[in-house]
Design a protein around this ligand. Structure first.
Ligand code: WT7
Length: 683
């Protein structure tokens, strides 16, 4: 089914944001000299080198950061738009590039430092040599289960060392991993496992969050059951133990189906597995994300282009040097964790921190204690985490003795005021900040300042990266020039190496979602005819900086996590009493946006607290706790057009205290006032 790009509630949001564009517009902050003096990227000619005349050959510089088993012959193959192929003819192994090749120089250097949530548990340090040993053993184990290049495996694991180890073991074999965020429910995990055709699920018994050991294996049992009901059984469940030999789950191990990884590994102690040489365009992993329909999209990321791009941006935008201590607080279960905890940083021989728990546990000083103890000097997080930490204890960073040279913000727009706290208090005015705009689909950063080359502007991501030709288009496809002060849709006019290779099993949906809007000639082989539609509204200032305003489709960005309104609505509709449902984003001081649910009931049902609770539970079990709605309003009817389309724009205006605009043309205008009073009272 084609994704419909809805623009009906965009306008209200865009108008609001257009006003915001003028906050602190000319407020530049300059990178400190001590940062510039040590930065990896200080070449001011970089944009010329990556100009359109040098495209696509300019990207050779990216590919040359990797070790190739066989060098590629064609930089970019555009013969089947918009399915671009990069570095064609090349062969490489991602695991080799992230682990093996660093051994001669960095064998004894920490690849990862694991920080468990309980503060009395010791940190675990994994050197590159130990990472190599463990990845080989796990690869041998996966191989002994019959897995081979091209097979898919679903991984549903928390933030522990065993997660990147498992991912890299897959990559070593050319097995395509699909990591599902641990906070997602068993059902959500099953849906993704089924879509990818995974027969093996890798999970963990439990993990710490907010001071409690969460039972995680129970979700695997649910996933197996749901997958079987969907007609695509999961045959084996591999269970890592959070503490080897001490099982942390109430869910019994099922004979013949469930196996402990530590038991299986006994047969593979000291095993070595040769990295499988994969074509550059072979899929490295799938990453599911929400879209306009109820079904999540499995984005396919390539081996060569993806790794080259994340390596280059880790080196030049994250400014990672092997001697740095880098900490990205994102979860590996999202694209940020794949690109900027696992693949990019390891490709450039980083030392990274992996933290198991929540940033405010046991108090909001935790991140700064970790930074002080481990000497973290590059820090990477989201506006939601920054807002949360500021709210909980705005002075906490001042009490700790750490020093960041570089900080990142990603995932949502950051308010200039929050940015300034990040700069002055967290960064102690010593760190440069990059605000990196990108998406699951894009594999790596697209718009950001280059930290030693550009001044920072609070609330703006920055210019497009070298070799990324970004523009703002209006709905008709006309370019809105920089400095016009008008919002439009941000597009990327060209292919780049880490762009998604498509949606697993659904090429039409891929074209419809990202290219149908602006492609005028579906037969054209010229990449210039295929602007990539990102689904975000943005403005571009006269200095070329982009300011991202938010999604223009049915996606709600909750605390930097992408949720599809249709997915939430389908979950609400599983409640017996519910006749119709609409989910809209409500502004939230900490999380940016949160979902509000509006539901009408079937005849014979009366609104009750019980039904409201049932709706919340349905969302939590079908999607996960991250999707928990802020409010559930049971209304007599949903506002609709005469053709029966639910007017989410009107509900979004009500949730956010905005004017609902002209509703006289609706089929049931009277219900709008009833709902408004219910939500806003009689103001
Ligand atoms: C959506 C993509 C990128 C990795 C994490 C999220 C929003 C992302 C920024 C930013 C403003 C941002 C966009 C985008 N977004 N980065 N720096 N400033 N908005 O990946 O889950 O695929 O979400 O996140 O709306 O489309 P994702």
């Amino acid at each position: 089914m084609a994704d419909e790009i809805r623009t009906d509630y965009t306008e209200a949001e865009v108008t609001e944001a257009e006003v915001a564009v003028h906050w602190g517009e000319e407020d530049y902050y300059y990178p400190p000299m001590h940062f510039i003096a040590q930065a990896n990227m200080t070449d001011e000619t970089i944009y010329e080198r990556f100009s359109e005349e040098n495209f696509p050959e300019c990207f050779k510089e990216y590919a040359d950061l990797l070790d190739w088993d066989q060098y590629w012959h064609t930089t970019l193959d555009t013969s089947n738009p918009p399915f671009w192929k990069w570095f064609v003819g090349g062969k490489l192994n991602a695991c080799y590039n992230c682990v093996d090749r660093h051994l001669p120089k960095y064998r004894n250097k920490a690849a990862f430092i694991f920080v468990p949530e309980p503060e009395d548990e010791p940190h675990l340090v994994l050197t590159y040599q130990e990472l190599f040993v463990r990845v080989n053993e796990v690869a041998a184990m996966l191989q002994s289960l019959g897995l081979k290049a091209g097979d898919r495996v679903t991984i549903h694991m928390p933030m522990v060392l065993e997660l990147p180890i498992t991912m890299l073991a897959c990559a070593r074999l050319g097995v395509i991993h699909s990591v599902v965020f641990a906070g997602f429910s068993g059902k959500a995990c099953a849906e993704r496992a089924v879509d990818s055709g995974s027969k093996i699920l890798i999970t963990m018994d439990g993990y710490y969050r907010n001071g409690k050991m969460l039972d995680h294996k129970v979700k695997a049992d649910e996933a197996v059951q749901v997958a079987a009901e969907m007609g695509s059984p999961i045959e084996k469940v591999l269970v890592w133990r959070r503490y080897p030999r001490q099982y942390q789950s109430k869910a019994p191990m099922v004979e013949g189906r469930d196996v402990f990884v530590d038991d299986l590994l006994k047969a593979h102690r000291g095993a070595r597995v040769k990295p499988v040489s994969m074509p550059a365009e072979a899929p490295l992993f799938l990453m599911y994300t929400s879209g306009t329909t109820g079904k999540p999209k499995g984005h396919v990321h390539s081996t060569g282009g993806y790794l080259a791009y994340t390596a280059w941006t880790s080196k030049n935008i994250q400014d990672i040097h092997p001697e740095d201590v880098y900490w990205c607080m994102a979860d590996i279960g999202w694209i940020t964790g794949h690109s900027y905890i696992v693949y990019g940083p390891l490709a450039v021989a980083a030392t990274s921190v992996i933290y198991e728990g929540v940033p405010t546990y046991p108090d909001a000083g935790r991140p700064w204690r970790i930074a002080e103890q481990l000497g973290v000097n590059i820090f990477h997080t989201s506006p939601t985490a920054i807002r949360m930490l500021r709210k909980a204890d705005p002075e906490a960073p001042l009490r700790y003795n750490y020093e960041f040279k570089h900080m990142t913000t990603v995932g949502e727009p950051i308010e200039p005021d929050v940015w300034r706290w990040y700069f002055h208090v967290v960064g102690k005015e010593r760190a440069v900040i990059v605000d990196t705009w990108w998406q699951t689909e894009t594999g790596g950063f697209l718009c950001t300042t280059i930290p030693a080359l550009h001044p920072m502007k609070p609330g703006s991501a920055g210019p497009a990266l070298p070799g990324i030709y970004a523009a703002i288009l209006d709905d008709e496809g006309n370019e809105i020039p920089p400095g016009a002060g008008k919002a439009g849709n941000i597009v990327i006019r060209n292919p780049w190496p880490s762009i998604t290779q498509g949606i697993w099993g659904d090429p039409d949906r891929f074209i419809n979602t990202y290219y149908a809007k602006y492609n005028k000639d579906p037969n054209s082989k010229d990449w210039r005819d295929w602007p990539y539609f990102a689904g975000d509204a943005a403005t571009q200032a006269a200095d070329g900086y982009f300011r991202i305003l938010g999604r223009v489709d049915d996606v709600i960005n909750v605390a930097g996590h992408r949720l599809g309104t249709k997915e939430l609505e389908s979950a609400v509709l599983t409640v017996e009493a519910v006749a119709e449902a609409a989910v809209v984003p409500r502004h939230d001081e900490v999380k940016g946006r949160v979902p509000d649910v509006y539901a009408s009931l079937k005849p014979g049902y009366e609104p009750s607290e019980e039904i409201r609770q049932e709706i919340v539970r349905a969302i939590e079990t079908i999607i996960g706790k991250i999707a928990r709605p802020k409010n559930v309003y049971i209304v007599p009817d949903l506002p609709k057009t005469r053709s029966g389309k639910i007017m989410r724009r009107v509900l979004a205006a009500i949730s956010n205290g905005h004017d609902v605009g002209d509703v006289t043309t609706l089929a049931n205008p009277e219900v709008v006032e009833v709902i408004r009073q219910m939500v806003q009272g009689d103001e």
